[in-house]
Design a binder for this molecule. Structure first.
Ligand SMILES: Cc1ncc(COP(=O)(O)O)c(C=O)c1O
Length: 386
Protein backbone atom coordinates (compact mmCIF):
# COMPACT_ATOMS: atom_id res chain seq x y z
CA UNK A 1 0.00 0.00 0.00
CA UNK A 2 1.33 3.43 -0.96
CA UNK A 3 -1.07 5.29 1.34
CA UNK A 4 -1.52 4.62 5.04
CA UNK A 5 -5.18 4.90 5.92
CA UNK A 6 -4.52 3.77 9.50
CA UNK A 7 -3.00 7.16 10.21
CA UNK A 8 -5.64 9.86 10.42
CA UNK A 9 -5.12 13.48 11.48
CA UNK A 10 -6.71 14.83 14.64
CA UNK A 11 -9.67 16.82 13.37
CA UNK A 12 -10.83 18.26 16.69
CA UNK A 13 -10.85 22.05 16.99
CA UNK A 14 -10.73 22.56 13.24
CA UNK A 15 -14.35 23.75 12.87
CA UNK A 16 -15.07 20.21 11.83
CA UNK A 17 -18.78 19.44 11.66
CA UNK A 18 -18.17 15.74 12.31
CA UNK A 19 -15.76 16.02 15.25
CA UNK A 20 -16.51 19.39 16.86
CA UNK A 21 -20.30 19.48 17.01
CA UNK A 22 -20.77 17.00 19.86
CA UNK A 23 -19.03 16.68 23.26
CA UNK A 24 -15.35 15.82 23.04
CA UNK A 25 -15.77 12.42 24.73
CA UNK A 26 -17.90 11.17 21.85
CA UNK A 27 -16.58 9.18 18.89
CA UNK A 28 -18.31 10.58 15.82
CA UNK A 29 -19.45 7.94 13.34
CA UNK A 30 -22.29 9.98 11.93
CA UNK A 31 -22.23 12.53 9.05
CA UNK A 32 -20.94 11.04 5.75
CA UNK A 33 -17.47 12.55 5.90
CA UNK A 34 -14.34 10.37 6.06
CA UNK A 35 -11.37 10.97 8.35
CA UNK A 36 -8.62 10.14 5.84
CA UNK A 37 -6.03 12.55 4.50
CA UNK A 38 -6.75 13.36 0.88
CA UNK A 39 -4.51 12.25 -1.96
CA UNK A 40 -1.35 14.45 -1.94
CA UNK A 41 -1.99 15.37 -5.61
CA UNK A 42 -5.06 17.33 -4.48
CA UNK A 43 -3.03 19.33 -2.00
CA UNK A 44 -0.34 19.98 -4.62
CA UNK A 45 -2.97 21.28 -7.06
CA UNK A 46 -4.36 23.70 -4.47
CA UNK A 47 -0.85 24.80 -3.48
CA UNK A 48 0.04 25.42 -7.11
CA UNK A 49 -2.97 27.67 -7.56
CA UNK A 50 -2.05 29.54 -4.37
CA UNK A 51 1.14 30.74 -6.03
CA UNK A 52 -1.05 33.08 -8.10
CA UNK A 53 -2.04 35.78 -5.61
CA UNK A 54 -5.46 36.76 -6.99
CA UNK A 55 -8.65 34.86 -6.18
CA UNK A 56 -11.31 36.44 -8.35
CA UNK A 57 -14.59 35.04 -9.65
CA UNK A 58 -14.07 31.76 -11.43
CA UNK A 59 -15.51 30.57 -14.70
CA UNK A 60 -16.39 26.90 -15.04
CA UNK A 61 -13.13 25.10 -15.78
CA UNK A 62 -13.24 23.58 -19.30
CA UNK A 63 -10.50 21.16 -18.24
CA UNK A 64 -12.54 19.92 -15.27
CA UNK A 65 -15.55 19.38 -17.54
CA UNK A 66 -13.46 17.54 -20.12
CA UNK A 67 -11.92 15.24 -17.49
CA UNK A 68 -15.37 14.56 -16.03
CA UNK A 69 -16.77 13.62 -19.48
CA UNK A 70 -13.84 11.29 -20.14
CA UNK A 71 -14.46 9.65 -16.77
CA UNK A 72 -18.12 9.02 -17.61
CA UNK A 73 -17.20 7.45 -20.93
CA UNK A 74 -14.47 5.29 -19.40
CA UNK A 75 -16.43 4.12 -16.36
CA UNK A 76 -19.93 3.75 -17.76
CA UNK A 77 -19.67 4.09 -21.54
CA UNK A 78 -21.84 7.18 -21.02
CA UNK A 79 -21.27 9.93 -23.57
CA UNK A 80 -21.62 13.33 -21.92
CA UNK A 81 -20.75 16.61 -23.63
CA UNK A 82 -19.03 19.37 -21.66
CA UNK A 83 -21.86 21.75 -22.56
CA UNK A 84 -24.36 19.41 -20.87
CA UNK A 85 -22.66 20.02 -17.53
CA UNK A 86 -23.32 22.71 -14.96
CA UNK A 87 -20.98 23.08 -12.00
CA UNK A 88 -22.65 23.67 -8.65
CA UNK A 89 -21.25 24.05 -5.15
CA UNK A 90 -23.11 21.09 -3.69
CA UNK A 91 -25.59 18.34 -4.44
CA UNK A 92 -28.02 19.22 -1.67
CA UNK A 93 -28.39 22.67 -3.21
CA UNK A 94 -28.47 20.94 -6.61
CA UNK A 95 -31.51 18.79 -5.88
CA UNK A 96 -33.25 21.67 -4.12
CA UNK A 97 -32.75 23.71 -7.32
CA UNK A 98 -34.12 20.77 -9.29
CA UNK A 99 -37.26 20.73 -7.12
CA UNK A 100 -37.59 24.47 -7.72
CA UNK A 101 -36.98 24.11 -11.46
CA UNK A 102 -39.37 21.26 -12.17
CA UNK A 103 -42.21 21.71 -9.65
CA UNK A 104 -44.80 24.31 -8.78
CA UNK A 105 -46.85 24.67 -5.60
CA UNK A 106 -49.50 22.24 -6.74
CA UNK A 107 -47.03 19.48 -7.60
CA UNK A 108 -45.69 16.64 -5.49
CA UNK A 109 -42.26 15.04 -5.33
CA UNK A 110 -41.58 11.36 -4.64
CA UNK A 111 -38.48 9.81 -3.02
CA UNK A 112 -37.62 6.44 -1.49
CA UNK A 113 -37.33 5.89 2.25
CA UNK A 114 -35.26 5.35 4.25
CA UNK A 115 -33.97 8.56 2.67
CA UNK A 116 -30.99 10.86 3.06
CA UNK A 117 -32.73 13.47 5.28
CA UNK A 118 -32.33 16.47 2.91
CA UNK A 119 -34.42 14.50 0.33
CA UNK A 120 -37.30 14.58 2.80
CA UNK A 121 -36.80 18.28 3.50
CA UNK A 122 -36.43 19.41 -0.13
CA UNK A 123 -40.10 19.47 -1.22
CA UNK A 124 -41.10 21.14 2.06
CA UNK A 125 -38.57 23.91 1.41
CA UNK A 126 -40.83 24.99 -1.48
CA UNK A 127 -44.18 24.14 0.17
CA UNK A 128 -44.47 21.16 -2.11
CA UNK A 129 -45.88 17.83 -0.99
CA UNK A 130 -43.35 15.03 -0.51
CA UNK A 131 -44.33 11.38 -1.05
CA UNK A 132 -42.33 8.71 0.79
CA UNK A 133 -42.10 5.42 -1.08
CA UNK A 134 -40.73 2.75 1.26
CA UNK A 135 -38.08 0.30 0.20
CA UNK A 136 -38.65 -3.14 1.74
CA UNK A 137 -36.15 -5.53 3.26
CA UNK A 138 -35.61 -8.90 1.64
CA UNK A 139 -34.51 -11.19 4.49
CA UNK A 140 -33.15 -13.88 2.16
CA UNK A 141 -30.97 -11.68 0.02
CA UNK A 142 -30.28 -9.27 2.88
CA UNK A 143 -30.88 -6.27 0.66
CA UNK A 144 -33.44 -3.49 0.46
CA UNK A 145 -35.63 -3.65 -2.61
CA UNK A 146 -38.11 -1.56 -4.56
CA UNK A 147 -41.81 -2.38 -4.54
CA UNK A 148 -42.47 -1.21 -8.10
CA UNK A 149 -46.26 -1.57 -7.92
CA UNK A 150 -46.40 0.52 -4.77
CA UNK A 151 -44.04 3.08 -6.33
CA UNK A 152 -46.37 3.44 -9.32
CA UNK A 153 -49.50 3.57 -7.12
CA UNK A 154 -48.02 6.34 -5.01
CA UNK A 155 -47.29 8.58 -8.00
CA UNK A 156 -50.10 11.11 -8.24
CA UNK A 157 -51.38 13.06 -11.23
CA UNK A 158 -49.53 16.08 -9.88
CA UNK A 159 -46.21 14.30 -9.18
CA UNK A 160 -43.56 16.16 -11.14
CA UNK A 161 -40.27 14.78 -9.84
CA UNK A 162 -38.68 11.62 -8.46
CA UNK A 163 -35.54 12.13 -6.37
CA UNK A 164 -33.53 8.95 -6.71
CA UNK A 165 -30.52 8.03 -4.60
CA UNK A 166 -28.29 5.69 -6.62
CA UNK A 167 -26.27 4.06 -5.09
CA UNK A 168 -28.53 4.33 -2.11
CA UNK A 169 -27.71 6.09 1.14
CA UNK A 170 -28.36 4.69 3.76
CA UNK A 171 -29.03 1.10 2.59
CA UNK A 172 -25.83 0.67 0.52
CA UNK A 173 -27.61 -0.72 -2.53
CA UNK A 174 -26.29 -0.48 -6.06
CA UNK A 175 -29.50 -0.79 -8.06
CA UNK A 176 -29.30 -3.09 -11.07
CA UNK A 177 -29.74 -1.84 -14.62
CA UNK A 178 -33.06 -3.73 -14.70
CA UNK A 179 -34.34 -2.04 -11.54
CA UNK A 180 -33.31 1.39 -12.82
CA UNK A 181 -34.87 0.73 -16.22
CA UNK A 182 -38.14 -0.25 -14.58
CA UNK A 183 -38.16 2.80 -12.31
CA UNK A 184 -37.29 4.98 -15.29
CA UNK A 185 -40.11 3.52 -17.41
CA UNK A 186 -42.67 4.15 -14.67
CA UNK A 187 -41.50 7.77 -14.46
CA UNK A 188 -41.68 8.20 -18.24
CA UNK A 189 -45.18 6.68 -18.32
CA UNK A 190 -46.44 9.18 -15.74
CA UNK A 191 -44.54 12.25 -16.93
CA UNK A 192 -42.36 12.35 -13.80
CA UNK A 193 -38.87 13.82 -14.23
CA UNK A 194 -35.95 12.12 -12.49
CA UNK A 195 -33.40 13.84 -10.31
CA UNK A 196 -30.72 11.22 -9.75
CA UNK A 197 -28.31 11.81 -6.89
CA UNK A 198 -25.31 9.60 -7.73
CA UNK A 199 -22.86 11.15 -5.27
CA UNK A 200 -21.86 7.69 -3.94
CA UNK A 201 -21.29 6.12 -7.37
CA UNK A 202 -17.55 5.61 -6.97
CA UNK A 203 -17.56 4.13 -3.46
CA UNK A 204 -18.27 0.63 -4.72
CA UNK A 205 -17.09 -2.74 -3.42
CA UNK A 206 -15.99 -5.88 -5.26
CA UNK A 207 -18.54 -7.13 -7.73
CA UNK A 208 -20.69 -3.98 -7.74
CA UNK A 209 -21.29 -2.06 -10.96
CA UNK A 210 -22.96 1.32 -11.07
CA UNK A 211 -25.21 2.37 -13.94
CA UNK A 212 -26.11 6.04 -14.27
CA UNK A 213 -29.85 5.96 -14.94
CA UNK A 214 -29.46 8.60 -17.65
CA UNK A 215 -27.01 6.36 -19.53
CA UNK A 216 -29.63 3.64 -20.08
CA UNK A 217 -31.50 5.22 -23.00
CA UNK A 218 -32.08 8.47 -24.85
CA UNK A 219 -35.59 8.66 -23.35
CA UNK A 220 -34.17 8.40 -19.84
CA UNK A 221 -31.34 10.85 -20.45
CA UNK A 222 -33.91 13.32 -21.81
CA UNK A 223 -35.95 12.95 -18.63
CA UNK A 224 -33.16 13.08 -16.05
CA UNK A 225 -30.90 15.46 -14.22
CA UNK A 226 -27.92 13.63 -12.70
CA UNK A 227 -25.73 14.82 -9.85
CA UNK A 228 -22.22 13.54 -9.23
CA UNK A 229 -19.17 14.92 -7.46
CA UNK A 230 -15.60 14.13 -6.45
CA UNK A 231 -16.62 15.07 -2.89
CA UNK A 232 -17.41 11.70 -1.24
CA UNK A 233 -15.05 9.70 -3.44
CA UNK A 234 -11.95 11.77 -2.76
CA UNK A 235 -12.94 13.07 0.67
CA UNK A 236 -13.24 16.73 -0.28
CA UNK A 237 -16.90 17.46 0.61
CA UNK A 238 -15.98 20.70 2.38
CA UNK A 239 -14.51 22.07 -0.85
CA UNK A 240 -17.91 22.03 -2.56
CA UNK A 241 -17.38 21.20 -6.22
CA UNK A 242 -20.21 19.18 -7.79
CA UNK A 243 -21.63 18.44 -11.20
CA UNK A 244 -25.12 18.47 -12.68
CA UNK A 245 -25.51 16.66 -16.00
CA UNK A 246 -28.61 17.69 -17.94
CA UNK A 247 -28.61 16.36 -21.49
CA UNK A 248 -32.04 17.63 -22.49
CA UNK A 249 -31.57 21.31 -23.51
CA UNK A 250 -35.06 22.26 -22.31
CA UNK A 251 -34.51 20.81 -18.84
CA UNK A 252 -31.04 22.32 -18.78
CA UNK A 253 -32.44 25.79 -19.40
CA UNK A 254 -35.10 25.29 -16.74
CA UNK A 255 -32.46 24.17 -14.28
CA UNK A 256 -30.14 27.07 -15.11
CA UNK A 257 -33.02 29.50 -14.63
CA UNK A 258 -33.67 28.12 -11.17
CA UNK A 259 -30.05 28.93 -10.25
CA UNK A 260 -30.31 32.56 -11.31
CA UNK A 261 -29.66 34.92 -8.46
CA UNK A 262 -29.34 32.04 -5.99
CA UNK A 263 -26.81 29.52 -7.25
CA UNK A 264 -23.29 30.50 -6.32
CA UNK A 265 -19.97 29.91 -8.05
CA UNK A 266 -17.82 26.89 -7.46
CA UNK A 267 -14.69 28.37 -5.92
CA UNK A 268 -11.48 28.57 -7.86
CA UNK A 269 -9.61 26.37 -5.36
CA UNK A 270 -12.25 23.67 -5.21
CA UNK A 271 -12.27 23.34 -8.99
CA UNK A 272 -8.50 22.76 -8.90
CA UNK A 273 -9.04 20.13 -6.20
CA UNK A 274 -11.85 18.43 -8.14
CA UNK A 275 -9.81 18.41 -11.34
CA UNK A 276 -6.77 16.86 -9.62
CA UNK A 277 -9.01 14.31 -7.92
CA UNK A 278 -10.66 13.08 -11.10
CA UNK A 279 -7.46 13.31 -13.19
CA UNK A 280 -4.66 12.16 -10.90
CA UNK A 281 -5.91 10.24 -7.87
CA UNK A 282 -7.30 6.89 -9.00
CA UNK A 283 -4.44 4.96 -7.37
CA UNK A 284 -5.39 6.57 -4.04
CA UNK A 285 -9.05 5.74 -4.68
CA UNK A 286 -8.28 2.07 -5.37
CA UNK A 287 -6.39 1.77 -2.09
CA UNK A 288 -9.11 3.66 -0.24
CA UNK A 289 -11.70 1.21 -1.54
CA UNK A 290 -9.76 -1.81 -0.31
CA UNK A 291 -9.31 -0.17 3.09
CA UNK A 292 -13.01 0.67 3.31
CA UNK A 293 -13.94 -2.85 2.22
CA UNK A 294 -11.77 -4.15 5.07
CA UNK A 295 -13.58 -1.80 7.47
CA UNK A 296 -16.96 -2.94 6.19
CA UNK A 297 -16.06 -6.62 6.64
CA UNK A 298 -14.52 -5.99 10.05
CA UNK A 299 -17.55 -4.05 11.32
CA UNK A 300 -20.07 -6.51 9.91
CA UNK A 301 -18.25 -9.45 11.49
CA UNK A 302 -17.86 -7.64 14.81
CA UNK A 303 -21.55 -6.83 14.96
CA UNK A 304 -22.47 -10.35 13.90
CA UNK A 305 -20.26 -11.83 16.66
CA UNK A 306 -20.85 -9.40 19.51
CA UNK A 307 -24.17 -7.67 18.84
CA UNK A 308 -26.07 -10.39 17.01
CA UNK A 309 -29.48 -8.82 17.67
CA UNK A 310 -28.54 -5.89 15.45
CA UNK A 311 -29.78 -6.66 11.95
CA UNK A 312 -27.58 -5.59 9.07
CA UNK A 313 -27.96 -5.59 5.31
CA UNK A 314 -25.44 -6.34 2.57
CA UNK A 315 -23.38 -3.26 1.66
CA UNK A 316 -22.26 -2.88 -1.95
CA UNK A 317 -21.62 0.85 -1.91
CA UNK A 318 -21.06 3.83 0.41
CA UNK A 319 -19.12 3.85 3.70
CA UNK A 320 -22.37 3.71 5.65
CA UNK A 321 -24.09 0.92 7.58
CA UNK A 322 -27.82 0.90 8.14
CA UNK A 323 -28.44 -0.98 11.36
CA UNK A 324 -31.80 -2.21 12.57
CA UNK A 325 -31.72 -2.07 16.38
CA UNK A 326 -35.39 -2.98 16.96
CA UNK A 327 -34.49 -6.24 18.70
CA UNK A 328 -32.17 -4.58 21.24
CA UNK A 329 -33.48 -4.10 24.79
CA UNK A 330 -33.52 -0.32 24.37
CA UNK A 331 -36.48 1.89 25.03
CA UNK A 332 -36.58 5.00 22.90
CA UNK A 333 -33.96 6.05 20.42
CA UNK A 334 -31.02 3.63 19.86
CA UNK A 335 -28.91 6.51 18.60
CA UNK A 336 -29.52 8.42 21.84
CA UNK A 337 -28.71 5.25 23.81
CA UNK A 338 -25.35 4.80 22.06
CA UNK A 339 -24.53 8.51 22.36
CA UNK A 340 -25.17 8.52 26.13
CA UNK A 341 -23.92 5.05 27.07
CA UNK A 342 -21.24 4.21 24.50
CA UNK A 343 -20.13 7.77 23.72
CA UNK A 344 -20.55 6.98 20.04
CA UNK A 345 -22.40 9.42 17.83
CA UNK A 346 -24.45 7.77 15.08
CA UNK A 347 -27.22 9.13 12.85
CA UNK A 348 -30.72 8.68 14.25
CA UNK A 349 -32.92 6.55 11.99
CA UNK A 350 -35.94 8.75 12.63
CA UNK A 351 -34.45 11.47 10.42
CA UNK A 352 -34.52 9.04 7.46
CA UNK A 353 -38.30 8.72 7.43
CA UNK A 354 -41.29 7.49 9.36
CA UNK A 355 -40.92 3.90 10.54
CA UNK A 356 -37.13 4.00 10.91
CA UNK A 357 -37.00 5.18 14.52
CA UNK A 358 -35.22 2.01 15.65
CA UNK A 359 -32.44 2.26 13.07
CA UNK A 360 -29.08 3.95 13.27
CA UNK A 361 -26.62 4.83 10.51
CA UNK A 362 -22.95 4.20 11.18
CA UNK A 363 -20.16 5.78 9.11
CA UNK A 364 -17.16 3.44 8.79
CA UNK A 365 -15.08 5.96 6.82
CA UNK A 366 -12.47 6.21 9.53
CA UNK A 367 -9.31 4.38 10.60
CA UNK A 368 -9.69 0.84 11.85
CA UNK A 369 -8.64 1.70 15.42
CA UNK A 370 -11.40 4.32 15.80
CA UNK A 371 -13.95 1.99 14.27
CA UNK A 372 -12.91 -0.84 16.59
CA UNK A 373 -13.03 1.39 19.66
CA UNK A 374 -16.50 2.65 18.76
CA UNK A 375 -17.83 -0.88 18.20
CA UNK A 376 -16.30 -2.09 21.46
CA UNK A 377 -17.92 0.80 23.31
CA UNK A 378 -21.26 -0.05 21.74
CA UNK A 379 -20.92 -3.71 22.74
CA UNK A 380 -19.97 -2.77 26.32
CA UNK A 381 -22.95 -0.43 26.60
CA UNK A 382 -25.25 -3.23 25.47
CA UNK A 383 -23.61 -5.81 27.78
CA UNK A 384 -24.11 -3.44 30.72
CA UNK A 385 -27.80 -3.21 29.85
CA UNK A 386 -28.39 -6.96 29.96
C1 LIG B 1 -27.09 11.01 -1.08
C2 LIG B 1 -26.34 12.24 -0.74
N1 LIG B 1 -26.51 13.36 -1.45
C3 LIG B 1 -25.85 14.51 -1.17
C4 LIG B 1 -24.98 14.58 -0.10
C5 LIG B 1 -24.27 15.85 0.22
O1 LIG B 1 -23.90 16.50 -0.93
P1 LIG B 1 -23.24 17.95 -0.90
O2 LIG B 1 -22.28 17.99 0.23
O3 LIG B 1 -22.60 18.04 -2.23
O4 LIG B 1 -24.35 18.93 -0.76
C6 LIG B 1 -24.78 13.44 0.68
C7 LIG B 1 -23.89 13.50 1.86
O5 LIG B 1 -23.94 12.70 2.73
C8 LIG B 1 -25.47 12.25 0.35
O6 LIG B 1 -25.30 11.13 1.07
Amino acid sequence: MKYNFDLVPNRRNTNCFKWDLFPADRLPLWVADMDFEVCPKIIEAIQKRLTHPVFGYAMESPEFKQVFCERMEKRYGWKVNPDEIILIPGIVSGFNFAVRAFSGNDNSVIYQTPAYPPFIEAPGNFNIEGIANNLYYDENEKIWKIDFDRFEEQIKDNTSLFILCSPHNPVGRVFTREELTRLGEICLKHGVKICSDEIHCEILYKGAKHTPIASISKELSDNTITFMAPSKTFNIPGLACSVAVVQNPELRNQFKKSLQGLGSFVSILSMEAGLAAYRDCDDWLNELLSYLEGNRDFAQEYIHQHMPSVKQNKIDATFLMWLDCAALPIEGSPSEFFAQNAHVQLNDGKTFGVGFEKFVRLNFGTNRATLEMALENMKKALDAKE
